[in-house]
Design a protein around this ligand. Structure first.
Ligand code: NDP
Length: 342
């Protein structure tokens, strides 16, 4: 089997040298465990945090440890009656061609129900994140206006499409005119603004304001940085900001160092929250798996019917994972980034 381990911790943006490919024996499943051959593995922004040795909501990957990832594949050996060879399963299989997991940590997948890669994106953790954050914390109301960045990614595209279906005006922010075209033409956003076209937050703010003449009721926070600076002053009273992610700052080693803001200071931030009576809620989706069944029940039929669309960006082979991951953090992906191993 092959796996990719964390060779060293990055300073700023990760580089290929932070990763190392290793080859070894196929692992043996122990009692109650299952061996899965990974067909698709997921690359997600949260993995950048796992590369740092910093206190966070999850433990860091140790140096020499296999990089963490969700994966989906075929069971090739099982020491648990709930799985048999030939079954398909999702689990935290890591950046590796094969993974061993306790059976109870795996979810059985029916490959006849949906393409198995969808369990990593639209019908997996990122899609669920968008659904949960929007419905639970965004509390969308018909006629309101929502802004979401990383609009063509698996979280942003889920948020935007659900909000649009709920009767909101939906404004996407994305990197580049092609992604913006996808946001409007494929995902049905009312408008999309290319954040790369604006150097200064105030100019981006003007563009968002033009697209949101009634102000912004929900800012679904995926990115932080310049987009946050641009949107915050446009929030309407009683607006909601589900804080899902802040990818603009991930490579900067945390909020402080990377923010580099001369327009949005701490006092500005608090003042906006106070005078606009904003609800600002951070959430980590891993704490809400009890709602996953509800999400699937509601969203899977809408994906199957084509009402909710999704895009995947497929890198080929385990060796391609580091470059694809590094690129994703800078917007190099179009749609859910997965790696195809089989
Ligand atoms: P995406 O597939 O959308 O990939 C990340 C995207 O972020 C890039 O493609 C790029 O899109 C955008 N981006 C990168 N840098 C910047 C920047 N400086 N300014 C604006 N946009 C930028 O990712 P996901 O849909 O998987 O995740 C979206 C967010 O949700 C992330 O912040 C992630 O960490 C978070 N998340 C949080 C979870 C939670 O439990 N709270 C769970 C899952 C995800 P573009 O080129 O369009 O700018």
């Amino acid at each position: 089997m092959k796996r990719i381990v964390l060779a060293s911790r990055p300073e700023g943006a990760p580089t290929p040298e932070n990763f190392r490919l290793e080859t070894g024996e196929l692992p043996e499943p122990g009692e109650g465990e299952v061996l899965v051959r990974t067909h698709y593995m997921s690359l997600d922004p949260y993995m950048r945090g796992r590369m740092d040795d910093a206190k966070s909501y999850a433990a860091p990957v140790p140096i020499g440890g296999t990089m963490e990832a969700g994966g989906v594949g075929e069971v090739i050996a099982s020491n648990d009656p709930s799985f048999k060879p030939g079954d398909f399963a999702f689990g935290m299989l890591g950046w590796a061609t094969h993974g061993v997991q306790p059976a109870k940590m795996l979810r059985k997948i029916d490959p006849d129900q949906m393409p198995i890669s969808a369990t990593l994106g639209v019908l997996g953790m990122p899609g669920f994140t968008g659904w949960y954050g929007l419905t639970e914390l965004g509390r969308p109301q018909k006629g309101e206006t929502l802004v979401v960045a990383a609009a063509t990614g698996p979280v942003g595209s889920m948020v935007g499409q659900l909000a649009r279906l709920a009767g909101l005006r939906v404004i996407g922010i994305a990197g580049g005119s092609e992604k913006c075209k996808l946001a409007t033409d494929t995902f049905g956003f009312d408008a999309c603004i290319d954040h790369r076209a604006y150097e200064a937050a105030k100019d981006l703010r003007k563009a968002i304001s033009d697209a949101a003449p009634d102000g912004v009721d929900i800012y679904f926070e995926n990115v932080g940085g310049k987009v946050l600076e641009a949107v915050l002053p446009l929030m309407n009273p009683h607006g909601r900001i589900p804080i899902c992610g802040m990818i603009a700052w991930y490579n900067a080693g945390g909020l402080g160092a990377g923010a580099n803001s001369d327009t949005l200071t701490g006092p500005d931030l608090w003042r906006n929250i106070l005078v606009k009576f904003l609800s600002v809620n951070g959430f980590i989706i891993a704490n809400h798996w009890d709602r996953f069944g509800e999400f699937l029940k509601e969203v899977a039929p809408r994906v199957a019917s084509g009402e909710i669309k999704y895009l995947e960006d497929v890198a080929e082979g385990l060796e391609a994972a580091p470059e694809a991951f590094i690129a994703m953090l800078e917007g190099g992906n179009t749609g859910k980034q997965v790696v195809k191993l089989v």
